[in-house]
Design a protein around this ligand. Structure first.
Ligand code: SF4
Length: 370
């Protein structure tokens, strides 16, 4: 389906053949600077707005909307043209407005603590489908300006590499967003991290680490079997050396699994060598995962312990928990085929037969070009 968000300005001009140049610029400004829907760009005549709206119909249809935190957090379930569903979350903070976007419908990576991973992979999103999430949220956020975009919703952004790069490029060039305001989160697709480093894009990289020994990480993040910690470390070094930017590690704290003193020391050694920032995430409840998140006292101790070991660490605000909008909860209620993940998968046994994510991760990655 054609989308105005995939056009360069000269391509938009071609669609407006016969119109004066200032009309093209009015539409362009309305779309990108003001974040308006085509039918709301009132600086251009109504008949032209209607024609544009018919040529470029919206890619997303709201299937459900939930709000929490007194309306400061809103989650939408969007239905796409083929019936696939994705989720997008808008978070209003005192100092910033952030949208968390999905990069894929579902996810093939199969992280055992993640609702999206438990539900499996449907398909890749297009550039237009990702940008439309941003613009939809920007319209809802108005009159506040949407300041931050984080690729932390459904999907592994680096497994949809060309789309992720295309979205970042457009948001930077057409909406003037800088590296501080664009964050791509990856579970550790090492070759794609190295390739991304060479692109010279303005973005912040967050790596979902969750364990700093291979045995535990193999269980929590199956992709680790393909790109183990040592390989990931080399990719992180390349990122830092090439971009001169710090990276951050995400660490969802799981009671008795990765919140032990030993896990803390392993993390401190891994993150310390890279001078990375650590974002601690109190684990959110998901239906297929039977292990509990760490208690708030342990979260506090873990953070202090890391600081004492010389690692800068913060605890992420788990805003949106009550509407399944927090990290690891997307798809908890919207996807049709949840996969049951047992303790066995975490403590040394293979994931249950039928828990397709591993198999899907392989086939999905084969489709990318890291
Ligand atoms: S944590 Fe991220 S990469 Fe892992 S399954 Fe969930 S969405 Fe996919």
């Amino acid at each position: 389906m054609p989308s105005v968000y995939e056009l360069r300005i000269d391509e938009l001009a071609a669609h407006l053949l016969g119109e004066p140049r200032y009309r093209v610029e009015q539409v362009w400004r309305g779309v990108w600077d003001e974040g308006l829907a085509l039918e709301d760009i009132t600086t251009v005549p109504k008949v032209l707005r209607q024609r544009l709206s018919e040529t470029f119909p919206p890619a997303l249809e709201v299937a459900n909307e939930v709000a929490s935190d007194l309306g400061a957090t809103r989650k939408w379930v969007f239905r796409l043209h083929d019936g696939a569903t994705i989720e997008t979350v808008l978070m209003n903070y005192a100092d910033r407005v952030t949208v968390c976007v999905s990069s894929q419908a579902g996810c093939a990576m199969g992280c055992t603590f993640c609702a999206t991973g438990q539900a499996g992979f449907s398909r890749q999103l297009s550039v237009a489908e990702v940008i439309e999430q941003v613009m939809f949220a920007a319209r809802v956020a108005a009159p506040r300006r949407l300041s931050n975009v984080v690729f932390m919703g459904m999907g592994e952004p680096l497994a949809n590499y060309p789309v992720t790069v295309g979205v970042v490029q457009r948001l930077h060039e057409y909406r003037a967003m800088s590296a501080r305001h664009l964050t791509v989160s990856t579970v550790g697709v090492a070759p794609a991290i190295e390739r991304l480093a060479a692109e010279g894009l303005p973005l912040t990289l967050a790596v979902s680490l969750h364990a700093a020994n291979d045995q535990t990480r193999d269980e929590l993040v199956p992709l680790n079997r393909r790109y183990p910690l040592e390989r990931l470390y080399r990719a992180c070094e390349t990122w830092i050396a090439t971009t001169s930017r710090r990276l951050s590690f995400e660490w969802a704290l799981i009671d008795g699994v990765n919140d032990t003193d030993q896990a803390m020391h392993e993390l401190a050694e891994y993150a310390g060598g890279l001078r990375a920032h650590v974002n601690l995430i109190p684990l959110n409840p998901t239906p297929g995962y039977l292990v509990r998140g760490s208690g708030s006292q342990r979260v506090h101790e873990f953070r202090l312990g890391l600081e004492e070991l010389g690692v800068n660490a913060t605890v992420r605000n788990t805003r949106g928990r009550s509407i399944d909008a927090a990290c690891g909860q997307l798809a908890a209620v919207t996807n049709a085929h949840p996969t049951r993940v047992t303790l066995r998968a975490l403590h040394g046994g293979a994931p249950e037969a039928g828990s397709a994510p591993r198999q899907q991760a392989d086939s999905h990655e084969a489709g990318q070009t890291p």
